[in-house]
Design a protein around this ligand. Structure first.
Ligand SMILES: Cc1cc2nc3c(=O)[nH]c(=O)nc-3n(C[C@H](O)[C@H](O)[C@H](O)COP(=O)(O)O)c2cc1C
Length: 202
């Protein structure tokens, strides 16, 4: 119907990356697409840490690995198995030339309608997810691949430390990988989206 709708239809999560570096202006364009997302009260409850240097990636990946390693060691797995599983779990993160960590503020706006005290957090999560969603589409429009990972949710302290973010003020929400898709790689088939399963017209 139009180019935008075609892009929405063809976007997929990309988990295999080429080693080719991404042009700086393309990384910026993807980030800007996120920053322009709508947000509750236009509060823009987000901060993104962009990690692309070898040292920065190493710091982040060893932070993300820490809780996983501790669990495996506590379960008494042999060191070789621990190493092997860590390597496999981080393969995608290592291959992606750029990693984007999405953070949300711990302190949220006061809202007199928020009687249960949790609704502002819902609005923050909705706003942040929208920003990330816009990045996913922008990346696709530029021929880049991206995927959303929940990993930093499980190690907030380590994710903050690796990105120089104060954990008293920020909490990580997700990790986005960004890179050119590996040549010849194609995401696994997605089960068909049948509108009638998800829509009700009244
Ligand atoms: C909130 C959220 C969390 C996700 N977490 C992960 C994750 O931890 N690991 C992963 O491989 N993909 C993750 N994904 C990507 C989904 O698996 C993917 O979007 C879904 O399978 C549909 O595939 P598609 O994006 O190619 O349409 C996540 C996506 C969202 C929106």
């Amino acid at each position: 119907m139009n180019e935008m709708l075609d892009l929405i239809r063809s976007r997929r999560s990309v988990r295999e990356y080429d080693t080719r570096l991404i042009e700086e202006e393309k990384v910026r364009a993807v980030l800007e697409a996120g920053l322009l997302a709508p947000s509750a009260h236009d509060s823009r409850p987000w901060h993104f840490a962009v990690v692309s240097t070898a040292g920065g990636k190493e710091r982040l990946l060893s932070g993300l690995a820490a809780p996983f390693r501790q669990d495996m060691e506590a379960a008494g797995l042999p060191p070789e198995t621990v190493k092997d599983r860590l390597t496999r779990s981080q393969r995608i993160f290592r291959a992606a030339p750029v990693l984007i960590l999405a953070f949300a503020p711990v302190r949220l706006p006061a809202n007199p309608l928020d009687r249960t005290g949790g609704l502002e957090e819902v609005l923050e999560i909705q706003s942040g997810a929208l920003a990330c969603g816009q990045m996913l589409l922008a990346a696709h429009s530029l021929g880049l691949g991206m995927c959303w990972f929940a990993a930093p949710l499980f190690c907030p302290m380590e994710a903050c430390a690796a990105c120089g973010m104060d954990p008293a003020q920020w909490r990580p929400r997700c990790l986005l990988t960004l890179g050119y898709p590996a040549p010849g790689s194609a995401p696994k088939d997605k089960s068909p989206v049948r509108p009638e399963d998800y829509l009700t017209f009244l």
